[in-house]
Design a protein around this ligand. Structure first.
Ligand SMILES: [Zn+2]
Length: 698
C-alpha cells in the first residue's frame, strides 16, 4: 500500500475523476510484458464520481418485449400482488422544445464530439453511424435529436467532463469498442456516454487465427454449456442495472473483415487494393459505430436481428434497401459474402432496422401523462406490436450455450441457419484452394495463408455449430398473449428441420470430405516467425491438422450430446401432441451412431493398407470421441436423462456386435490402423458395459 499513489485528480462542474496508481507486489512467478520486473505491478484504478441531477425528468417504465438496459428499484411502498420491483429504461432526458408539435427539435440535443484523435479518413463513416439514429428519433417525434460535432485541435475541455459525450480513439492494443454510460441510479436517466474505439479494430489480421485452440473454439460458439448444466439450468448473471452489458462485437467483426478480405481477394485477381480495403473498413466502421451508439442510447443486443430476411433477399438490392438487411443493428452482423455464382449484396448493412425504430419509439416518444405509471396505456400500444415478425427480440441471456432458441445467434445471417451454414460451406470450399495464390504477396511470409486458413475454417465451424442448435431447439417469442400476431412463448422446431440439420452435419462435419485439403496447402501453413514481447508463442510451427479438425467436430458433438440438449429433446416429446411426428432423443442417438460409425456397414470387401485404410485417421479420431461420449452417457456419469443412459448402452452393444462381425469377415483384410482401432474400441465398449452392469440404475 505504501507504494500506491494518486495518478491524477480532475475536478469538473458536475463530476470528479480520480485515478489511483495501486501498486501490488507478487512472487514474480509470471512474466508480464509491460513491466521491467514482474515482482511489482502498478494498476491504475479509476474512480468516477458525479453529481446527481436535480431535474424534472420523468422515468419511463421498461417492458420485457423491448430491449433496453434497465435500472431496477425496489419500492416497498407499493401495494401490489407481485414483486415490488420498479424497472425503468435507461435513456436520455429528451424533451421537445415545442411540446405540441408532432415533430420538434429537443430542448437539449444529445451531442457527440468526435475527438481530434480520430484519424481524418474515418471521421465521415463515424459521423454517419452516429447520425443514422436521427431517423429513428424523427419517427418518435424529435428532429435532430443527436448532433455530431468535431472537436477542434485547440479546445479547453476534457472528454472526462460528463457534460461532453465523446467518441474516442485509443491505442491500448485491446481491440475493443464500448459504450460506457453513466446513469442516474434512481431514474435510469443517462447522464454521459463515451464510446472508445481501439485502433486495433483496424488490424483484422491476427496471429491468434493461426491456431484455434479448443478454448477459442468454445469461445466462438457461445461458451461452455457445461457451466449451464452444472447449475441445473439456472444461469448465473451478475446483478445490477448494467448486467450483460458486455459487448464483444469488435473481436468477431475483425474476423469477419478478414473473411471478407480473403473472399474478395480470392474471387478477384489477388490481394485487395488500398482503396478496396478502406471501403470495406469504412462500411464496417459505420455499422460498428451504429451498434455502439445504440448501446449509449440505452439499447441492449438483439441477436434475432439478422433473421429478418432470407439470404437471397439480403443480397437482393431492392429488398435490402427497404429496411436494411437486419431488423436491428444491435445484432452482431457477419460480413455478407456469397459464393461465386450467387448475387452479392452489400458486405455490411448500412441502415437501422425496423426493430431499432420501434425500440427508440418506445423509449423516447413523449407521452402526456402525470407519472410513469400513467404512461402505461400508451406504452403498451407500442410494445404490443412485439408479435410482428420484424420486431422480434432476443438478447444475451437468450443466446448463451444451452439457450433454446436456434434463431438467436451471434454472427449468423438470414432466417435459416441451415441455409447460412450451406452457403458458408460452399464459400469455404471455393476459397480454400485459392488462398496460397491470392493471399501471399512478395512482402509477406506464409503466415497470412495460415491466418486465412484459420479464419475460413472457424467461419465454417461456427456456422455448422449455429445450425446444430436447431436440433432439440425451441422457437421463442417475448410477445404477450393479447398482442396481435402473438404465438405461444415456445414452439418445438419442426422435426423435419431437425432431421435436415443432422443430414447437413453428417455431410459437412462428421464426414471427412470437407476437410480433405490438399497436401501442398498443409505444407504452406507456416506460423509467424517473430518471437518477442507482445507476440504469442506458437506451440507448433507446422499445422496441427488432426487436432484442429477434431476440436470443431467434437464441439458440435458436445452440443448434440449435451445433457441439457438431450433433456430438452425428451421434454419436447411431450410438447408435441401424441398423434404428431416428433424428433426424439432415441432417434438422435441412433442417427449419430449410424453416421459416425458408418464404416461398420459400408466397408467393402478387399485388402486395406495403412496408407489406404478402411477407416481414415480423421474418422478414427471422431469415432473415438463419439464412443467416449456414448460411454459417459451409458455409465450415467452425465446429467442426461436415464432414458438416454439406457439408449446409449444399447447403442454401444450394437456397435460392439457390428465390430465383431466386421473383424470376423474374411473378405475384408483390414489394415493395421483400422484393425487396432476397432479392437481398441471393442475393448473400451466392453469395459463400459461391464462397469454399467455393476452400477445401480439411478
Ligand atoms: Zn454490443
Amino acid at each position: 500500500a505504501n507504494r500506491s499513489s494518486w495518478a491524477s485528480i480532475k475536478g469538473f462542474a458536475d463530476n470528479v475523476e480520480i485515478e489511483v496508481a495501486a501498486t501490488y507486489g507478487s512472487a514474480g512467478t509470471t512474466t508480464i510484458d509491460t513491466v521491467p520486473d514482474s515482482r511489482g505491478v502498478t494498476i491504475n484504478v479509476h474512480y468516477s464520481i458525479s453529481l446527481l441531477p436535480q431535474n424534472s425528468y420523468r422515468p419511463r417504465l421498461a417492458d420485457d418485449r423491448v430491449g433496453y438496459f434497465v435500472t431496477a428499484l425496489k419500492d416497498f411502498s407499493q401495494k401490489v400482488d407481485e414483486d415490488r420491483f420498479v424497472r425503468y429504461v435507461n435513456r436520455w432526458n429528451l424533451e421537445k422544445a415545442d411540446g405540441s408539435a408532432p415533430l420538434s427539435p429537443p430542448r437539449k440535443p444529445i451531442v457527440f464530439w468526435i475527438e481530434k484523435t480520430v484519424p481524418f479518413k474515418y471521421r465521415q463513416p463515424i459521423r454517419e453511424g452516429i447520425e443514422s439514429w436521427n431517423s429513428a428519433f424523427e419517427k418518435a417525434g424529435f428532429s435532430t435529436a443527436i448532433e455530431v460535432r468535431q472537436q477542434p485541435d485547440q479546445t479547453d475541455w476534457d472528454p472526462e467532463d460528463i457534460n461532453y459525450n465523446t467518441f474516442r480513439w485509443i491505442t491500448a492494443g485491446a481491440g475493443f469498442a464500448m459504450g460506457p454510460s453513466r446513469v442516474n441510479p434512481r431514474t435510469g436517466q443517462i447522464l454521459d456516454a463515451d464510446i472508445i474505439f481501439d485502433a486495433d479494430f483496424l488490424q483484422f489480421w491476427r496471429t491468434e487465427y493461426e491456431t484455434f485452440t479448443p478454448q477459442a473454439v468454445v469461445a466462438l460458439t457461445g461458451g461452455d454449456p457445461a457451466r449451464a448444466t452444472d447449475s441445473h439450468g439456472v444461469f448465473e448473471f451478475s446483478t445490477g442495472s448494467r448486467a450483460c452489458n458486455h459487448c464483444s462485437l469488435v473481436h468477431g467483426h475483425a474476423r469477419e473483415t478478414a473473411i471478407a478480405v480473403t473472399s474478395i481477394a480470392a474471387m478477384g485477381d489477388g490481394p485487395l487494393s488500398e482503396v478496396q480495403k478502406e471501403k470495406l473498413v469504412a462500411q464496417g466502421l459505420k455499422l460498428v459505430t451504429m451498434h455502439e451508439v445504440g448501446h449509449t442510447l440505452g439499447l441492449r443486443h438483439n441477436f434475432k436481428g439478422s433473421t429478418m430476411l432470407s439470404l437471397a433477399d439480403v443480397n437482393d438490392v431492392n429488398k435490402a434497401s427497404q429496411n436494411g438487411a437486419s431488423m436491428s443493428v444491435m445484432d452482431y452482423m457477419p460480413a455478407n459474402i456469397m459464393p461465386k455464382g450467387k448475387t452479392q449484396g452489400d458486405y455490411y448493412t448500412a441502415k437501422l432496422g425496423p426493430y431499432d425504430y420501434w425500440a427508440i419509439e418506445y423509449g423516447y416518444r413523449q407521452i402526456p401523462a402525470a407519472s410513469p405509471e400513467s404512461e402505461r396505456v400508451e406504452l403498451d400500444k407500442i410494445a404490443s406490436r412485439s408479435g410482428e415478425p420484424m420486431l422480434a427480440y432476443a438478447t444475451d441471456e437468450d443466446t448463451v450455450a444451452g439457450a433454446p432458441d436456434p434463431l438467436s445467434n451471434r454472427f449468423d445471417l438470414g432466417n435459416d441457419p441451415l441455409e447460412f451454414a450451406r452457403t458458408r460451406a460452399e464459400l469455404v470450399e471455393q476459397l480454400m484452394p485459392l488462398i496460397v495464390e491470392r493471399m501471399v504477396s512478395k512482402e509477406t511470409g506464409y503466415e497470412r495463408v495460415r491466418q486465412a486458413f484459420g479464419v475460413l475454417l472457424s467461419a465454417y465451424g461456427q456456422s455448422m455449430y449455429t445450425a446444430s442448435r436447431l436440433v432439440g431447439g425451441l422457437y421463442t417469442t417475448r410477445a404477450h398473449k393479447a398482442d396481435a400476431n402473438a404465438q405461444a412463448p415456445f414452439r418445438v422446431v419442426e422435426p423435419q428441420r431437425q432431421r435436415d440439420t443432422l443430414t447437413l452435419l453428417e455431410m459437412q462435419m462428421f464426414s471427412e470430405k470437407p476437410f480433405l485439403f490438399s497436401p501442398e496447402l498443409y505444407n504452406q501453413l507456416a506460423a509467424t516467425k517473430w518471437l518477442h514481447w507482445g507476440m504469442p508463442s506458437i506451440n507448433r510451427d507446422d499445422y496441427p491438422v488432426h487436432e484442429v479438425i477434431l476440436s470443431w467436430q467434437d464441439r458440435v458433438l458436445s452440443r448434440l450430446l449435451d445433457p441439457l440438449t438431450l433433456e430438452r429433446i425428451r421434454d419436447n416429446e411431450l410438447k408435441v401432441p401424441a398423434d404428431q411426428d416428433a424428433f426424439t432423443s432415441a432417434e438422435l442417438l441412433d442417427r449419430l451412431t449410424k453416421s459416425v460409425l458408418s464404416e461398420l456397414e459400408t466397408v467393402q470387401p478387399g485388402e486395406y493398407t495403412v496408407r489406404k485404410p478402411a477407416v481414415s485417421s480423421l474418422r478414427r479420431n471422431l469415432q473415438r470421441k463419439y464412443v467416449a461420449r456414448l460411454g459417459s452417457l451409458a455409465m450415467g456419469s452425465t446429467a442426461a436423462p436415464a432414458d438416454c443412459q439406457s439408449i446409449a448402452s444399447v447403442q454401444l452393444r450394437n456397435v460392439n456386435a457390428r465390430i465383431a462381425v466386421l473383424l470376423a469377415n474374411e473378405q475384408v483384410k483390414l489394415d493395421d490402423y483400422s484393425r487396432a482401432h476397432l479392437l481398441e474400441t471393442q475393448g473400451r465398449i466392453q469395459k463400459v458395459i461391464d462397469a454399467s452392469l455393476e452400477l445401480p440404475r439411478l
